[in-house]
Design a protein around this ligand. Structure first.
Ligand SMILES: [Zn+2]
Length: 226
């Protein structure tokens, strides 16, 4: 039996067509990699798995109405259409393959639209996989919102490259200052993190006495958005 990893290797060897049309976009490397595989047709869709003799039903598991090709999964499936209707991408295009559909949109040359089509395509694919493997349903509005959040976070992180992420150095405004441990008092440091793409958040805190010795540590992670 051919596994998904083998399938990717087979596809990469068979199709040596470099897709460079998104090389100038400011998008995360994982999106670039996803598009490369999608446009080469080597995403592990039902059709592609069956071609490699993996025993699967070729029908799209979401709508059960069409064979699941890359074009169907990312453009024609009702789940995909709902997401595109909520995006800023003008998806009308005469195309029968995902790569020609994407090139049609890129041909218009609008940077914002090009960025959005790449991240929303990726988010649609992720939502479909999570439905299949985890029975998790993504509302179309959340698919688009999570795609935009991911892109914004990536751009923000790129913009801060080389800068401290600490609020102590936030634009030189010195929002917080270090305070020495006080006699007979407990000092608690708290930090938190948001994982908007994954819909979860967490926090950790450390309590120390005036000697600096650790008194208590606890952490908490929750599913949801803040
Ligand atoms: Zn479908």
């Amino acid at each position: 039996m051919v596994g998904i990893r083998d399938l990717r290797l087979v596809g990469i060897i068979r199709l040596k067509v470099p897709i460079n049309f998104c090389k100038n976009l400011k998008i995360p490397p994982k999106i670039r990699n996803f598009l490369w595989r999608a446009t080469l047709g080597v995403l592990p869709t039902c059709i592609q798995l069956q071609k490699c003799h993996v025993p699967v039903n070729v029908d799209c598991p979401l709508c059960n109405a069409h064979a699941k090709t890359v074009h169907h999964a990312l453009v024609e499936c009702e789940v995909a259409k709902d997401a595109w209707n909520r995006s800023m991408v003008d998806v009308w295009a005469e195309a029968t393959t995902f790569s020609s559909w994407l090139l049609g949109i890129f041909g218009r040359g609008h940077e914002g639209e090009m960025e959005e089509v790449t991240v929303v395509s990726w988010a649609i694919w992720r939502a479909q996989n999570e439905f299949v493997w985890q029975k998790k349903s993504w509302p179309a509005s959340n698919i688009v919102a999570s795609a935009r959040n991911m892109l914004n976070q990536y751009k923000f992180a790129q913009g801060r490259k080389g800068l401290s992420l600490s609020p102590l150095h936030d634009g030189g405004r010195n929002l917080e200052r270090w305070i020495a441990l006080e006699l007979n008092k407990i000092k608690v440091n708290v930090d938190g993190a948001l994982f908007e793409q994954e819909g979860r958040f967490g926090m950790t805190s450390v309590a120390r006495n005036h000697h600096g010795a650790m008194v208590e540590v606890f952490k908490k992670g929750k599913i949801g958005c803040v």
